[in-house]
Write a protein that binds this ligand. Sequence first.
Ligand code: 6PG
Length: 486
Amino acid sequence: MTSATSDSSSTARAQIGVTGLAVMGSNIARNLARHGHTVALHNRSIAKTDALIAEHGDEGDFVRTETVEEFVAALQKPRRVLIMVKAGEATDAVIEELAGAMETGDIIIDGGNALYTDTIRREAALRERGLHFVGAGISGGEEGALNGPSIMPGGPKESYEALGPLLESIAAQVDGVPCCTHIGPDGSGHFVKMVHNGIEYADMQLIGEAYNLFRDALGYDADRIADVFTEWNSGELESYLVEITAEVLQQKDAKTGKPLVDVIVDAAEQKGTGRWTVKSALDLGVPVTGIAEAVFARALSGSRDQRKAAQGLASGALGAKPTDAEQFTEDIRQALYASKIVAYAQGFDQIRAGSDEYGWDLTPGDMATIWRGGCIIRARFLNRIKEAYDTNPALTSLIVEPYFREAIENAIDSWRRVVVTATQLGIPVPAFASSLSYYDGLRAERLPAALTQGQRDFFGAHTYERIDADGKFHTLWSGDHSEVSA
Ligand code: 6PG
């Protein structure tokens, strides 16, 4: 079936080009070819292009090109080029080279994990030059790229007409619906992918805390914990991350025979998308506490010198370990589910705030739809989130929607027991605890923020509002303590 050729310049026959043929790029190119699209290939070093064609050339129709000019010339108009290179300066360099060789109406798609503000900048610059720039978040890792990722393309709506069917054909499908849709203008696709990754961080941290409780509060070994996660994966917690957690826990180290997880250094790394999510949330004023705790937990785990110095610090008097393992297991499951709902609720809040800030007019229900398959945070309960937004597109918060409200009400006693027990045992549960505090904070009738306002007015005359009158007020703290209208 392959007709890979280096003599492509005279025939513009490829429907799409992929440049940057590391694993993600190669797999997306193969996925496109497997779906019947002719794919022009380009890479800085031709060796990668040749390796792909040698190993997988029979999977579809590839066009081998060496130079950027040859690559661009191999494409049907409007030309569609997917860039799969490292986010940052490498992306700018490739865009510049391509833009020089492309024509009005052509489309450049950045499929990397770019910072959405870079995508806003790039889209504006290319629009000036008559080109379409699409920032497409792609989730699902290497396996997803090959067999069906979740794709979050943002950019000019008109470019989606030429691009959408192609992307939708290679995306994961759930109930016949592709996990790909036009997200919104300019940087919105990469923004949404960033929040996806933030939720991924929170979900992973929550699963980690559950694992830690089984190990340190119940004394379970990795195999036993794997069994619990396997069982959970057949219920409402069913998700890709729970599924792979069981697999990771079952893995044995070839060298020592121990569970692999017991020989891996407990310092979590990060490439940056979680941190970006929190920075953006701070700017937008959205309390994504679960995501923030997850990012900080990774930072704490990596603070090796401080952790070493803190070894042996007093724990204080510790409480008793749970005696009813079955009940505590159910408590952890409920705490995980409730905290997970909070993490997704916060992520969706951030999407709404980003949409308002940048005027993107995003439809949150779309994210729930396209995250149901292909991506790292795919989970059974995304169907519920989709239903919630279908019923009420202007939902104030997921946690007040009847299904999730009831789920949390069912979980609340367990959730509190888990946080209390962990605290009494000296086991850190930053994401469980902060999610619970967030929930308690939101549902509180009265918060201590009134006192904060009083303090701010005292030292800075920052004024406050009253519960019983309109307007702003100030107390003459250094005078006679009377109140004046501000
Ligand atoms: C995905 C993943 C992917 C990548 C993360 C890893 O959606 O396919 O999120 O984008 O694996 O960026 O991020 P960290 O290295 O920061 O954990």
